[in-house]
Ligand binder design. Structure first.
Ligand SMILES: [Zn+2]
Ligand SMILES: [Zn+2]
Length: 327
């Protein structure tokens, strides 16, 4: 099995990866090149950001977010990291350590929010709030701090490592259940709104496998296990179902998601324009909220953290020292 690109240049390097969804086989060097070109093309095609923007990447310590953070800096973008330590047993401890080590390695600034310090870890919160799945509580909290840190530290774009597998599983779930309101917001770019930073997903056309290979080939250590609280979550089941279809029909996930973005999503945009309404503010913390007290302040109250607002403690782990350099 020869590398498709090497072959076209008259060389005969062996391919280490076969990508049936794209009908190519690549050697290590050409895989990295191909991957980064795809990420950059997505960023440009969707006008996610330019080299003048300040980007904050939400970094969990997994393959997607670490790989994305690395790729953005390598491509010449100005990207720092934000890690939210969710306080989920040794899973969070490991994730934080990996993220901190990596920040030091690439010499970029890393902000840390320690949830235990703010209100309690996700397992304790889940104890108090029984009617909501842990993943949904966790998602709400992450979005809150991502917005807050981005705004307070002067970043105008928030990037997350959501990949093709994540996005197509969410899409399948939303379609099977006809969650129209979520469908309307499922797009790789959400423009800045009052109180919310612009949100982008540069990896939305990159599969989980492709992302893992990229991170691995670059020698980046990442946490491989799934969050212990997500085991049994529906999102994982949808991923598995799509994985089975993909195996029989390579390229399905990409066609499914691309088709939605191109053909269906524009219909929602027209609908949304009519529904723009300005959002209120949380009475306690002042963040945008459709209720008097925002979801996160509500959780804090339930955790016995009083109604008086104390701003989050944003820890800065490493200072920016130099832009990306080839190691
Ligand atoms: Zn090659
Ligand atoms: Zn609030």
């Amino acid at each position: 099995m020869k590398c498709t690109i090497c072959k076209s240049k008259g060389m005969d390097n062996k391919a280490i990866i076969d990508l049936p969804a794209h009908n190519i086989r690549l050697c290590k060097e050409h895989y990295i090149e191909w991957f980064e070109r795809r990420v950059e093309r997505t960023i440009k095609e969707f006008r996610m950001f330019t080299k003048r923007d300040r980007i904050l990447v939400a970094v969990s310590g997994g393959k997607d977010s670490l790989g994305l953070w690395y790729a953005l800096n390598k491509l010449g973008y100005d990207a720092d990291g934000l890690h939210i330590d969710l306080g989920i047993y040794d899973y969070s401890e490991k994730s934080r350590k990996i993220t901190e080590d990596f920040a030091q390695k690439i010499g970029r600034r890393l902000y840390i929010i320690d949830l235990k310090r703010e209100m309690g870890g996700i397992p304790e919160i889940k104890e108090k709030i029984k009617n909501k799945p842990a993943c949904s509580i966790c998602g709400t909290i992450k979005r809150y701090y991502m917005n807050k840190v981005a705004r307070e530290e002067g970043y105008n774009v928030l990037a997350t490592g959501h990949n093709l597998d994540d996005e197509s599983a969410v899409l399948l779930n939303n379609i099977l259940n006809w969650h129209l309101e979520y469908l309307g917001r499922q797009y790789p770019v959400l423009e800045e709104e009052e109180g919310f930073a612009k949100k982008v997903k540069p990896y939305f056309r990159i599969s989980e496998k492709e992302s893992a290979i990229y991170t691995f080939l670059n020698g980046i250590k990442y946490i491989e296990e799934e969050c212990p609280l997500s085991i049994g979550a529906n999102s994982l089941k949808y991923k598995e179902i799509l994985g089975n279809i993909e195996e029989k029909f390579p390229g399905t996930k990409l066609r499914f998601l691309n088709g939605y973005m191109e053909k269906i999503h524009p219909l929602f945009e027209k609908r949304e324009e009519k529904e723009v309404k300005s959002m209120g503010r949380c009475k306690i913390c002042g963040e945008p909220s459709s209720l008097d007290i925002c979801a996160v302040c509500n959780i804090k109250l339930k955790m016995g953290k009083g109604g008086d607002y104390s701003p989050p403690q944003i820890l800065i782990f490493s200072q920016k020292r130099y832009p990306y350099r080839k190691p």
